[in-house]
Ligand binder design. Structure first.
Ligand SMILES: O=C(O)c1ccccc1NCC(=O)[C@H](O)[C@H](O)COP(=O)(O)O
Length: 191
């Protein structure tokens, strides 16, 4: 968290998905979000979570944006009355325009690689599968690293990029130097 903030990240994410090696408890999340300054977006990530648990977390942890990474519907995502983004797990059979249209209340569509499980897999997908004219702002993720993110930013001009594995030294262990290199590469490519 400190490394991401020092590097100048616009948003930081907290994983509330217990099977993930990156999962945080609401106690830890509450203490972490207190370090986040104004104007940095506090994102909570959920996968097919019960509304009961999400509401309990929202009561305890100040979150600005919800990220839904499972099989949630637009109505489900909307019920919390918070801004949200929806992840799509990209594979050739998925019509991304239709998928985006089915989430009219979403703030953005996060495109991630289709992996076993639900995300954070460190795998890129074929960027040529991204159609022109998506009806939602695009957040690109999936296998991004300090070494390839500049190409992604220059080639696809996404609204934002999102990373997890690519700035880790081992699964679930963030690496401050890689975080700094990633954010610097994004800012340089966007200049
Ligand atoms: O990080 C996780 O463990 C995770 C688990 C379940 C759903 C999503 C998860 N992470 C999401 C992300 O970190 C990113 O939005 C995205 O999947 C990119 O991950 P990566 O390819 O590892 O950079």
């Amino acid at each position: 968290m400190d490394a991401a903030l020092a590097a100048g990240a616009d948003a930081v994410g907290l994983v509330f998905y217990s099977p993930s090696p990156r999962a945080v408890t609401s106690d830890l999340a509450r203490s972490l979000v207190q370090r986040i300054p104004p104007f940095v977006t506090r994102v909570g990530l959920f996968v097919n979570e019960t509304p009961l648990r999400i509401n309990a977390i929202l009561d305890e942890v100040e979150l600005d944006l919800l990220q839904f990474h499972g099989d949630e519907t637009d109505a489900y995502c909307r019920q919390f009355g918070r801004p949200f983004i929806k992840a799509a797990r990209v594979r050739p059979e998925l019509d991304l325009v239709e998928f985006a249209r089915s989430f009219p209340a979403a703030r953005a569509l996060l495109l991630d690689a289709y992996v076993e499980g639900y995300g954070g897999g460190g795998k890129t997908f074929d960027w040529t599968l991204i159609p022109p004219g998506l009806p939602l702002p695009l957040i690109l993720s999936g296998g991004l690293q300090p070494e390839n993110v500049a190409d992604a930013v220059r080639g696809l001009r996404p609204w934002a990029v999102d990373v997890s594995s690519g700035v880790e030294s081992a699964k679930g262990i963030k690496d401050a130097a890689r975080i700094a290199a990633f954010v610097a590469a994004v800012k340089d490519a966007d200049a």
